[in-house]
Write a protein that binds this ligand. Structure first.
Ligand SMILES: C[S@@+](CC[C@H](N)C(=O)[O-])C[C@H]1O[C@@H](n2cnc3c(N)ncnc32)[C@H](O)[C@@H]1O
Length: 298
């Protein structure tokens, strides 16, 4: 019996290793050959990648507890922000900081929003629109917290897992014309384990710009990365945060778990052409170079 169990564990380990290798080799291939010529343009390989990703996430990570539950974190963070007063608290804190410096009179978050030409929308009485970018198999849809928190998930991927084709829209997040339809409409944009798939800092920056464009004013951007994405010292986490700050976001949460780093940011700028131009200037100013990952220098 012991022997059977041992053999089963070994077979499982081997399978997990094979799946992880396929994921890693896909990332390397894109990095080496470039986005257009690499695997991203090879539908057959992309499908294999998507299936491997789904099996790892649903069968290996869940049961082996080798991976922190990133989807649970994303949903809890969304619930805290919209259903438990997180957004209002952040606004009040900002008002206190800004206003005391001027005249000591504290306006309400509602009146500050009104003065900016916006309404304070905490999704009361309506569903929270959450866009899962690089979703693969739409794990948000089936999570029990999604219906409990009244979240309306929407999922896109360059190549959805074969069984999830009807749940996940096929779309390249780096193509501005494809992403434009979401503009300013989302309450939450989630990018879980996606940015390290994208091969260069400039393209990662573009992916973040597209995420911010899709969010409404005061929307929530959720990022999940593997801890091994950057050096062990973790300085890259602060660097990445500085990029988001330069794009007009305020950090809401930073959580470093055993295997993943979770970051939440609030979009604190309106969705105007002026800001989009400012974001492009930041690209030119080289801010995007901070979005490095260890694999870039291999
Ligand atoms: C490592 S998987 C993560 C899947 C899922 N988010 C999770 O946390 O389990 C990365 C996903 O990002 C998708 N992806 C990468 N580049 C993309 C792009 N330009 N547009 C849309 N999806 C992309 C891949 O197809 C892949 O399904």
């Amino acid at each position: 019996m012991k022997r059977e169990l041992y053999e089963e564990q070994q077979a499982r380990k081997k399978r997990q290793g094979e799946l992880s290798d396929l994921i890693k080799s896909t990332h390397e291939d894109i990095r080496e050959k470039g986005w257009e010529a690499g695997t991203a343009q090879n539908p057959e390989h992309l499908l294999k990648y998507a299936s491997a990703m789904k099996t790892l996430a649903t069968e290996m990570w869940q049961t082996s507890r080798h991976h922190d539950d990133r989807i649970l974190w994303a949903l809890e963070c969304t619930g805290q922000f919209y259903r438990e007063g997180g957004l209002v608290k952040v606004l009040e804190k900002n008002i206190r900081r800004e206003k005391y410096a001027k005249d000591g009179v504290l306006p309400s978050p509602e009146s500050v929003c009104a003065a900016r030409g916006d309404t304070l929308d905490v999704c009361q009485g309506r569903r929270i629109r959450l866009l899962d970018v690089g979703s693969c198999f739409n794990p948000v849809k089936t999570h029990p917290l999604t219906s409990a928190l009244q979240i309306e998930p929407c999922a896109i991927d360059l190549c959805p897992a074969p069984e999830s084709i009807s749940d996940v829209e096929t779309m390249d997040w780096l193509k501005s014309d494809q992403v434009e339809k979401f503009r300013g409409s989302m309450d939450v944009v989630l990018m879980s384990l996606v940015l390290s798939y994208i091969p260069t800092p400039v393209l990662r920056f573009r992916a973040l710009q597209h995420a911010l464009r899709s969010l409404r004013y005061y929307g929530l951007l959720l990022l999940v990365h593997t801890r091994t994405q950057g050096p062990r010292s973790g300085e890259w986490i602060t660097e990445w945060e500085s990029v988001l700050t330069s794009l007009g976001c305020v950090r809401y949460v930073r959580q470093i778990k055993r295997h993943v780093v979770c970051q939440a940011f609030i979009k604190m700028v309106p969705d105007t052409e002026e800001f989009a131009r400012a974001w492009d200037r930041e690209t030119l100013a080289g801010v995007c170079a901070k979005l490095k990952i260890t694999a870039d220098s291999k």
